[in-house]
Design a protein around this ligand. Structure first.
Ligand SMILES: Nc1ncnc2c1ncn2[C@@H]1O[C@H](COP(=O)(O)OP(=O)(O)O)[C@@H](O)[C@H]1O
Ligand SMILES: [Mg+2]
Length: 109
């Protein structure tokens, strides 16, 4: 842990998502920039692609996922070494837990 804390060469200031294709195959025509320290909420119905977007970021997609999106770190395209280097793994993700206890109505919940 101390090693990780002392390691300050991996600093990310900006993440860029270059749009690819929607689920319907249409061009997304969008570029989204997210800056360090920002808190972002992704909302949408089940199946709309929230998890896929997170997965694209997690694997630092390079137009090689079903969405054909590309992720840039600080404006740079990552080479495979940087992308797959587990030591410098850049993304943490908490998985979702769907084990709700269904003994109340949605409205009451
Ligand atoms: N842009 C996209 N292009 C192709 N498939 C997509 C796209 N976005 C989502 N999908 C696929 O649609 C399905 C539902 O997406 P998912 O991310 O699980 O939705 P959510 O997390 O919002 O419920 C998954 O199989 C996912 O891979
Ligand atoms: Mg999901």
């Amino acid at each position: 842990m101390q090693n990780l804390e002392n390691k300050d060469e991996v600093k990310v200031h900006k993440l860029t998502i270059n749009g690819g294709k929607t689920k319907l195959g249409e061009a997304e025509n969008i570029q989204v920039e997210i800056f360090a320290g920002q808190v972002i909420s992704i909302v949408g119905p089940t199946g709309s692609g929230k998890s896929r977007l997170l997965a694209d970021i997690e694997c630092l997609a390079q137009e090689d996922t079903p969405t054909k999106r590309q992720i840039l770190i600080d404006g740079e395209i990552l080479d495979d070494e940087a992308r797959f280097n587990l030591e410098g793994k850049l993304v943490a993700q908490l998985s979702q837990n769907m084990n709700f206890i269904m003994d109340i109505t949605v409205e009451d919940f």
